[in-house]
Design a protein around this ligand. Structure first.
Ligand SMILES: [Zn+2]
Length: 346
């Protein structure tokens, strides 16, 4: 399949890696791709030379196919060295999935943010059944009748199937921290909204940014409201997070989790902000007449949605509604057991 290209960006690496093979993205920076069984069919992970071994950023989903790909990488690339450290940008299964397995296999140290560690503990723990009733009310109020897929997705059952478990030990990174990898300093830039405590890494010497899912070249990453924080405003957090990138040079080489290595950081950030602005205006215009979330979803996402995409489209719609509600551009009323949204009149 021909990979999508965003013509407003430039692509300094003129090839993409085949599954299990590495492409050099810069000095000591190996770009690898792992398969994922979703519509989005791959994740990029970054293997960085680190003295007598490697530091890996992100891990792939836990599946037989991904483990086999890793076995091939161990044999052909890692050889008699080892992955000494595994950094996970955020808790999503394509990033965190094989963290435990890789740490066990390679004797690696696990590094992530406080929020990632807490979130994976919650999702893989036994405690999240306690919130069943609150979640049920949340879905009902938004008009969801068939909430089986939401339950499966959010209770951690599905998550537990596609991750290899929590690593036995961890080290925490946060805003302002710097981590030395192979003689280069990488500065931690935290972002929020797509996932709590999402780590990006910037290296001034290499002029490179490992952007995770915060800045992607052709798609905008999902920003969702979930039942555990029904009135959260993750879109505000997501958009505010871009401020932390303002001082980075426009020609920064961006290493994203999906798509191709690119340059044009600020152009791309403007496009992403523009996409959300446009969606916010559409929501306000549709809500000139009162709508529930479930009535809005097919108007904003007209293609047929299935499985996890149903959950993501619902969450993304609600993140735009919560943003507009906080800005007082929409009002929300509980009417006959359902939340309805309508534009406020100035
Ligand atoms: Zn993600």
């Amino acid at each position: 399949m021909q990979e999508k290209t965003n013509t407003s960006l430039s692509y300094p690496v003129n090839t993409t890696p085949a599954t299990g093979k590495a492409v050099q993205a810069g000095p000591g920076v190996h770009w690898l791709r792992l398969p994922i069984p979703f519509e989005l069919n791959h994740i990029n992970v970054w293997l960085l030379d680190d003295g007598d071994g490697y530091t890996l950023v992100d891990t792939g989903i836990s599946s037989t196919k991904t483990r086999q790909t890793w076995q091939q990488i161990f044999k052909e690339l890692i050889k008699n060295k080892a992955i000494k450290r595994v950094i996970v940008t955020h808790f999503h299964p394509d990033h965190f999935g094989l963290a435990r397995w890789l740490c066990d296999e390679q004797g690696a140290e696990y590094v992530s943010s406080q929020e990632t560690v807490e979130r994976t503990a919650l999702l893989l723990g036994k405690t999240n059944r306690e919130n069943d009733d609150a979640r049920k009310v949340f879905y009902q109020r938004h008009g969801i009748e068939d909430w089986e897929i939401f339950e499966k997705f959010l209770k951690g059952n599905l998550y537990a199937e596609i991750v290899s478990g929590n690593p036995l030990d961890n080290s925490i990174l946060g805003q302002g921290d710097t981590i030395a990898i192979g003689g280069n300093d990488w500065q931690v830039i935290m972002s929020y909204g797509h996932a709590p405590g999402h780590i990006c890494l910037y290296c001034k010497t290499l002029n490179m940014l490992i952007s995770g899912d915060q800045v992607l070249p052709t798609i905008s990453s999902n920003v969702s409201v979930y039942a555990d924080q029904p009135n959260a405003n993750p879109l505000r957090d997501f958009l505010d997070s871009f401020q932390a990138f303002a001082a980075l040079p426009e020609d920064t080489i961006v290493l994203p989790s999906h798509g191709k290595v690119f340059q044009g950081l600020h152009r791309r950030i403007e496009e992403i902000i523009g996409h959300h602005d446009e969606m916010l205006e559409r929501v306000v215009s549709i809500c000139q007449q009162a709508h529930t979330v479930t009535e809005l979803v097919p108007k904003l996402f007209p293609r047929k949605l299935e499985g996890v995409n149903t959950v993501l489209a619902f969450g993304e719609t609600l993140s735009h509604l919560n943003y507009l509600h906080a800005e007082r551009r929409l009002q929300r009323k509980l009417h006959a057991g359902r939340y309805i949204y309508s534009a406020t009149t100035d």
